[in-house]
Design a protein around this ligand. Sequence first.
Ligand code: URA
Length: 306
Amino acid sequence: MKAEVEALVEELKRLRKAGVSRVNVSDAAIQALKRHAKAPTLDAKTRAAVLESIPDKVRSADGRDFDKVLTETKTETKKAAASRSYGAKLPRPPRVHLPEGDKQTRWDYLKEKVLTSSTCNEHVKPGKKVVFGIGNLDADIFFCGEAPGADEETQGEPFVGPAGQLLDKMIAAMGIKRADAYIGNIMNWRPEMPGPRGNRPPTAEEMAYCMPFLKAQLEIVQPKVIVALGATAAKGLLGADSFRALREVKGSWQEFEGIPVMPTYHPSYLLRNDTKRDKRGAWEDWLKVMEKIGLPISDKQSRYFL
Ligand code: URA
């Protein structure tokens, strides 16, 4: 049966490549495909190949529409792949003992430890980089993102792609420079995806693995506030069960190990939702941060996006 399903997958791939987006197959074949795509033993790449092979519309020979079934399968298997195939093989989170010395000495040690970590490097594609935090070791503000994206893993620096450019603009709107702040991520490598494109949020295991590295950076910098950029960063800091939707905590002061945390929108969200309402919604959180650390707020700054 396995060989037959594999042959069917190959045939569907061929049809899809040829531009076919609707096929009629037997009920039995659809059920076999479903089972194949859901098999827990399937590795992520094969699962993705099976799902990729299924044309947009698959109808059984008797005309019943299987779109819904297949959509559910896709959703389930994506989630399952995220929690099973990715991160599940990670070792226990590392113990980080910072050496004695000044901030720079401790930071250099930590950076070297992260960049040479065999676990981090195992998850990075050839030619790409593990990404460690960057910025002023005496910063008042620690911006915490989710995980590196394509630009970040290429350059080895957090927030250097489009989201980073918006972050830089927002930092400048506060009246400070990127180099005055510290910028890090919950995770130190780009979460693996089967293909070259696309991003996914880190799994709980991945976040737990990288958390000691983030904690150590916070221990060195000792910022006055952490700005959690987006739901993943906020969940990483506040706990996976601390909220369901970001709006429950967005704009209200929280705490991570004694440091005030301001959860707010991720710059990527603002790039996707370029409305005055969302921009103002984000900026109001940033004003609270400015107030907290004692940055002067001009009339112009307080009125942005109104
Ligand atoms: N998004 C993040 O959360 N972090 C980055 O470094 C880049 C994009």
